[in-house]
Write a protein that binds this ligand. Structure first.
Ligand code: BGC
Length: 735
């Protein structure tokens, strides 16, 4: 349709029909017989609204979406098709590693491909929009949702945001293989105080603009079709009522004139925040802040009409919101083809096809981060191995957000290892439960039913010890319960759950080498296993997790992942992140015995493993960091070169990282900030020169007067294998 036709359609709609377009409810109601009673009871909305609302959430599958669309269109007033939206976070049916893991690949080509793949599966299943990417900057590992994010670094998050949006959306929705991206949660949801879910966010405008907002902006600049508000307040105002965030920054400064959706019932929650007297006031605040869709709450449908009639808000505000939604429907050609790309036959060909599984396997391997290796890995295929632990043969490798994935499709570690090893070389035992008590982690809506694990502790441990005694070495697959992370999954103690620590300690008494594999959704306190011979962080690796990890264990793939979130020394060190500001009393070794330095009295300042950290089976050395000049002006650029050499015994891939420190600024500046990275593959013994360009725009920040610009002066450049292990040189920025 032409825009004028959309406007004409809009002009024919009654106020009620228009307001109904702004509501999103669960598509489940349309699939079941309680289509009318369900929403009517829950939201007190009428049949008329149910058949004229704008979009539904989490109805998946070509057959289901088509049948819902058909039933809806038979009753709706203007035959405006529904939009189908869903949480497709790390894949639809072919599940990739959780985003935090995927980001550790530092491989934007791979990341983009995973989004393309998810989009292909989703499009043929009848989806139009995914509530992804989530690009909330995260620094506090207690928060369960760090697993949905790409980590603690602004620059990397921006790269990730663009890669995901480009992957999902492709060139055009006409392809039948692409879906719209909805970046979330705008804004700063990742900074919930003390890592406690849904808690207050409080930060300076400088930190908000400098660290937290850029990744959302990168998604918007990449053409993202939708933005989702967050649950939290920003400067005291709930995000869904926050005019400064939504109107001034997002719509005004960034020019975003597409659809804004609230997070689930976030408009309604403005009342609980104590910022609106009642739901009517909440509706007014949200529409005035230009939120177009009210997700899973009746606030708009129940109150907007009255607000217009009494003159508190204008009908134009509603018209604008409806037009944005109609425009999105039009981009999918839904007015001409209401069933869009939904296609049962294509679903069969595409979903979990070989090509998708191959990519998932590659991604699972590339997301792995080798944290420790005392010459133990890779494993030879001739050793007798005891594969032990609650993740040894566990299909729960998808992570909490893979709500449309099917654990039955998952390849476990045991299956993958059996494919490689003769029977007599592999013994498997579960060894322990994941957690002692699942009471407090039980629910995640009705999506996951948790089966209670009644296995006997002594029996499990005995089986494990027997398997281990016969083996040359132990591969111990430990981790968090997948329900310990994600939404509502904050933890006050981020250690490995106790039953698994006990298992580790018992096995350790055997004196055999132990490689610990970790399956988890956040950085953990790893002190309990610090004397393991090797530690491989596998995250929740997805459908092909078993294969991908076995590839790394046996050296078919040399691990190359690098952490995108620091692993703390212990929970009390959280939040710990590499790009902290300089302090007035910075810690120095020589101050160890004085009181007045910025340090702890009982633990180090440094995390256990810093941002950018990750080992390989080979070693890389860095030499000759050189600049072609040591003065930069605003029109010019500096070429920095460094030689990276593979000095170990295996071919391997390294992520060469470039950090910059602004030595003096009108506002305090971070000790270093990532400004570039390159992945380089080096054969053993090979050496390559890597080049980076340094431009004035990379040095901009929010100055004392909140102008976004660079300031002249001295800058340090660090290049290296992680954020703390770098070689350094310096240059000067001239006016
Ligand atoms: C989450 C969002 C999600 C939405 C819809 C909310 O509870 O915060 O991330 O997209 O639900 O499922």
């Amino acid at each position: 349709m032409e825009k004028t036709q959309l406007e004409e359609l809009l002009s024919k709609m009654s106020l009620e029909d228009k307001i109904a377009q702004l509501l999103q409810i669960s598509g489940g109601y349309y699939e079941e017989d309680d289509m009318l009673t369900g929403p009517a009871n829950l939201y007190s909305i009428t049949e008329k609204v149910v058949y004229n609302l704008g979009s539904v959430i989490n109805t998946i599958g070509a057959r289901q979406t088509k049948s819902v669309q058909k039933r809806y269109l038979e009753h709706s007033n203007h035959k405006i098709p529904l939009l189908f939206m869903a949480d497709i976070i790390n894949g639809l049916k072919t599940i990739f590693p959780i985003p935090l893991g995927l980001a550790c690949s530092f491989d934007m080509v791979l990341i983009k491909k995973t989004a393309e793949t998810a989009a292909r599966e989703a499009a043929v299943s009848g989806q139009h929009v995914t509530f992804s990417p989530m690009v909330d900057l995260v620094r506090d590992a207690r928060w369960g949702r760090v697993l949905e994010s790409s980590g603690e670094d602004t620059f990397l998050n921006c790269q990730y945001a663009s890669a995901m949006v480009e992957g999902y959306q492709g060139e055009s929705f006409d392809s039948g293989e692409n879906i719209a991206a909805c970046v979330k949660h705008f804004a700063a949801y990742g900074a919930a105080v003390a890592g406690r879910e849904y808690n207050t966010v409080d930060m300076s405008e400088r930190v908000l603009r400098e660290d937290y907002l850029p990744a959302y902006k990168a998604a918007v600049d990449a053409g993202c079709e939708m933005v989702m508000t967050s649950f939290n307040v920003v400067d005291g105002i709930p995000a869904s009522a926050n005019k400064k965030l939504l109107k001034d920054i997002l719509r005004g400064e960034w020019g975003f004139d597409k659809v804004i959706i609230s997070d689930a019932s976030a408009i309604q929650e403005i009342v609980a925040h104590g910022v609106a007297e009642d739901e009517k006031e909440a509706a007014r605040l949200a529409i005035e802040a230009s939120v177009d869709i009210d997700m899973m709450s009746p606030v708009y449908v129940n109150h907007l009409k009255e607000l217009i009639e009494e003159g508190s808000i204008s009908e134009q505000a509603i018209d604008k919101a409806v037009l944005r939604i109609l425009e999105l429907k039009n981009k999918f050609g839904l007015f001409e083809h209401p069933f869009g790309a939904a296609d049962e036959e294509k679903e069969k060909q595409v979903i979990l096809c070989k090509e998708h599984r191959t990519l998932a396997r590659e991604a699972a391997a590339k997301a792995c981060v080798l944290l420790k290796n005392e010459g133990f890995l890779p494993l030879g295929e001739t050793k007798k191995i005891a594969l032990i632990g609650p993740y040894a043969d566990n299909k729960d490798l998808l992570g909490i957000w893979a709500v449309h994935g099917n654990r039955e499709d998952t390849v476990t570690l045991k299956t993958a290892m059996e494919e490689r090893l003769p029977k007599e070389l592999l013994k498997t035992a579960k060894g322990s439960k994941i957690v002692e008590d699942t009471k407090r982690i039980q629910s995640f809506g009705s999506i996951f039913e948790l089966e209670e694990d009644y296995s006997d502790k002594e029996v499990l441990q005995k089986e494990a010890m027997e398997a281990a005694k016969e083996a040359d070495c132990i591969v111990l697959a430990l981790g968090e319960h997948f329900l310990q992370g994600g939404e509502g999954g904050s933890r006050g103690d981020i250690t490995i759950p106790e039953p698994q620590i006990q298992l580790y300690r018992s096995l350790k008494t055997l004196g055999k080498p132990i490689a610990v594999l970790l399956f988890n959704g956040r950085p953990l306190d790893l002190s309990a296993i610090e004397d393991a011979d090797a530690v491989l962080e596998c995250w929740f690796p997805g459908t092909e997790g078993g294969h991908g990890i076995a590839d790394v264990l046996f050296g078919t793939v040399n691990p190359s992942g690098k952490l995108t979130m620091s692993f703390p020394y212990c929970t009390g060190q959280v939040p710990v992140y590499y790009n902290e500001l300089k302090t007035g009393r910075p810690y120095k070794k020589e101050f160890e015995n004085t009181r007045f330095g910025s340090k702890y009295t009982d633990i180090p300042n440094e995390p256990r493993y810093p941002f950018g950290y990750g080992l390989s089976y080979t070693t890389f050395t860095y030499h000759n960091l050189q600049l072609d000049k040591n003065q930069l002006n605003k029109r010019d650029c500096i070429h920095a070169t460094v030689e990276v050499e593979n000095t170990g015994a295996y071919d391997g891939e390294e992520t060469v990282q470039l950090y910059i420190q602004d030595c003096v600024g009108s506002a305090a500046r971070p000790v270093k900030e990532l400004k570039g990275f390159q992945k380089v593959f080096l054969k053993k013994g090979e050496k390559k020169q890597i080049a980076f360009e340094i431009k004035e725009e990379m040095l901009r920040f929010y100055t004392a007067s909140m102008e976004y610009k660079s300031e002249k002066g001295r800058f340090l450049i660090f290049v290296g294998t992680n954020s703390s292990d770098c070689i350094m040189c310096e240059f000067e920025l001239k006016e």
